[in-house]
Design a protein around this ligand. Structure first.
Ligand SMILES: Cc1cc2nc3c(=O)[nH]c(=O)nc-3n(C[C@H](O)[C@H](O)[C@H](O)COP(=O)(O)O)c2cc1C
Length: 166
């Protein structure tokens, strides 16, 4: 129901503390499927999603990601890559990222988007994951069940909207 989706979008918040509870494989697969179906410029679909659930790999990513130390305690981390010669790699990768974050929330799985594009650690994470050079990291998504909630100040609609013209 559209109403459910709107609620999911409005209730999503970045959550950085997770319970030690794995995410079922079929849930992860459906989250990834929602990434696969995101819009992309000229429908090139330049993305590659690397799913990490093994402790050592998540710890390796966490060590490298400056503001993503909590990835070590996430149930999973999805690293979103796009082909580096793709014209709209950032937009396409971000569309897929947002789709997956919303899909996760619909399954009751919390997440946090961690910066990945042109960060000092982007290439190190690509190498750690054995991803070919033709790809560039766009984002990291930490995922997990959580009993935490967050409420962050948001701008009002009036602050961010102009109808017809400025
Ligand atoms: C492009 C992008 C990069 C982000 N990078 C990080 C990050 O490196 N570490 C982190 O903890 N949160 C990161 N965030 C999450 C934001 O801090 C968060 O979305 C923002 O504070 C608003 O909070 P909310 O998601 O709960 O609405 C990132 C979000 C975006 C969209």
């Amino acid at each position: 129901m559209a109403h459910d989706l709107i609620r999911v979008i409005k209730e999503r918040r970045s959550i950085r503390e997770y319970l030690p509870k794995p995410i079922p494989r079929e849930v992860l697969e459906d989250i990834l499927d929602c990434g696969r179906l995101a819009p992309s410029a000229r429908n090139i679909q330049p993305w590659l999603f690397v799913v990490s659930t093994e402790k050592e790999i998540k710890e390796g990513i966490a060590k490298l990601a400056l503001y993503g130390k909590f990835i070590a305690n996430a149930a999973a981390c999805i690293s979103v890559f796009c082909e580096r010669d793709s014209k709209f790699l950032v937009e396409d990768g971000c569309a897929a990222t947002q789709n997956m974050i919303i899909a996760a929330k619909a399954y009751g799985v919390d997440s946090c988007w961690v910066a990945g594009y042109e960060r000092p650690y982007s290439e190190d994470i690509r190498e750690l994951l054995g991803v070919p050079e033709k790809y560039k990291l766009i984002s990291l998504i930490s995922l997990g069940y959580s009993d935490k909630s967050a409420s962050r100040p948001k701008k009002t609609l009036n602050e961010v909207v102009r109808w017809e013209k400025y």
